[in-house]
Design a binder for this molecule. Structure first.
Ligand code: HEM
Length: 357
């Protein structure tokens, strides 16, 4: 059957990085163009290498290093020096420096843009801002900002899309219902779905929240108490205590979601308001709630509607081989997900042939 092999993890990462470039940095990385071999591609590759290097640093020697703070002077400094002289540690530091250099390039490009003063993207807003003494923000801070947004926004939304693709391949009836909604709202095959279209698709919204319930992008999170506190249930939290919370567990709580807790049922979310973010903290809650939540849902919604408009998704391989990637804070699919995207025209032609046989 003619179909496209779509390694969705990679495609989705390129898409989310491209979106960040467009929305936050007014930049076109051209990452979805297979012919693009420019260094812009390497920014994303460098992210992957740095994250992998950071994950490798989580080892028993890291515990020793963490304890070096408690050692008396100069023992602590010696332990710290020895730790950072290791080859994995030096590799990690070199990757961090490379990442900062990519981010600096983005800032330099913006600085040379004659339209910078009139631009409204996030980077321009930061670059045009002035501190109380009239001075601009320093470059180190701008570099931190570029890296933070790319870090916070790329793998998270890519993971949401990857698990959405997987769960849709396992629930073809959901794909059919979703396509029906897209067909009505975005006029299948004619217009590209827009922000306004996605806003009019309650079932699509239900699909995304149901995926966030079953495969929360950040399955486990924590907060450290800056001062002693008491939780609403009366639990005392001493100062400096780290409190973990577990969105993965919240999403699979049978008492809350019912007997069919493991099933993908987007209808759970339609026709009612969303639960409070404290009750369902997949984007965290309170003053430090994810700043990119709406952007993520919009991006994922547009990508999903567009995919449904043109393709039927099936899994290339066995679902038994699809495992959680536990190496980082974001829960991806180990080794990526290979999905077959068959153009709808081909699906419809094959169905009508079967019908005539
Ligand atoms: C499905 C996609 C996403 C999920 C599930 C998600 C989830 C989260 C979570 C759980 C946190 C809190 C982390 C913590 O402090 O413990 C967070 C913070 C943050 N997110 Fe997202 N995120 C997503 C997409 C995005 C996007 C697209 C952006 C923007 C590019 C973004 C920007 C941020 C920022 C800037 C913070 C830090 C907020 C602060 O500390 O004040 N996120 N996100």
């Amino acid at each position: 059957m003619p179909a496209l092999g779509l390694p969705s993890k990679d495609v989705f990462k390129r898409f989310t990085m491209e979106s960040i470039g467009n929305v936050f940095f007014n930049m076109d990385f051209d990452l979805l163009n297979p012919a693009n071999t420019s260094t812009k591609l390497s920014f994303g590759a460098c992210f992957d290498e740095t994250s992998a290097a950071a994950a490798r640093l989580i080892s028993p020697s890291a515990l020793l290093y963490a304890l070096s703070d408690l050692c008396p002077h100069p023992l602590g400094q010696v332990v710290s020096y020895l730790y950072w002289s290791g080859s994995e540690q030096r590799f990690f530091l070199a990757k961090c420096a490379e990442l900062r250099s990519y981010a600096s390039d983005i800032i330099c490009t913006s600085r040379m843009d004659p339209l910078l003063g009139t631009r409204r993207d996030l980077l321009a807003l930061f670059m045009n801002a002035r501190q109380e003494d009239g001075s601009p923000l320093d470059d180190e801070l701008l570099v931190d900002m570029v890296i933070s947004f790319a870090l916070a926004g790329r793998d998270t939304t890519a993971s949401l899309l990857t698990w959405t693709a997987f769960l849709l391949t396992q629930n073809p009836h959901v794909q059919t219902l979703l396509r029906g909604e897209v067909k009505v709202v975005a006029q299948l095959g004619q217009a590209r779905p827009t922000y306004k279209d996605v806003d009019k698709m309650p079932y699509l919204r239900g699909v995304l929240w149901e995926v966030l319930r079953l495969r929360p992008v950040v399955p486990l999170d924590s907060k450290t108490a800056v001062q002693a506190d008491v939780l609403p249930d009366g639990t005392y939290v001493p100062s400096n205590a780290r409190v973990l919370f577990f969105p993965f567990g919240v999403g699979l709580d049978q008492e809350r979601w019912g007997e069919d807790v493991q099933e993908m049922r987007p209808e759970r979310w339609t026709g009612k308001p969303l639960p409070s973010s404290y009750d369902f903290p997949v984007f965290q809650a309170g003053p430090r709630i994810c700043l990119g939540m709406n952007m993520a849902l919009f991006e994922a919604g547009v990508m999903l509607a567009t995919l449904m408009q043109h393709f039927e998704l099936t899994l290339a391989g066995s679902s038994e081989e699809v495992r959680y990637d536990r190496s980082g804070g974001v829960m991806g699919v180990e080794g990526g997900l290979l999905v077959k995207a068959t153009p709808l025209a081909v699906v419809e032609r094959d169905v009508s042939r079967l019908g005539g046989a």
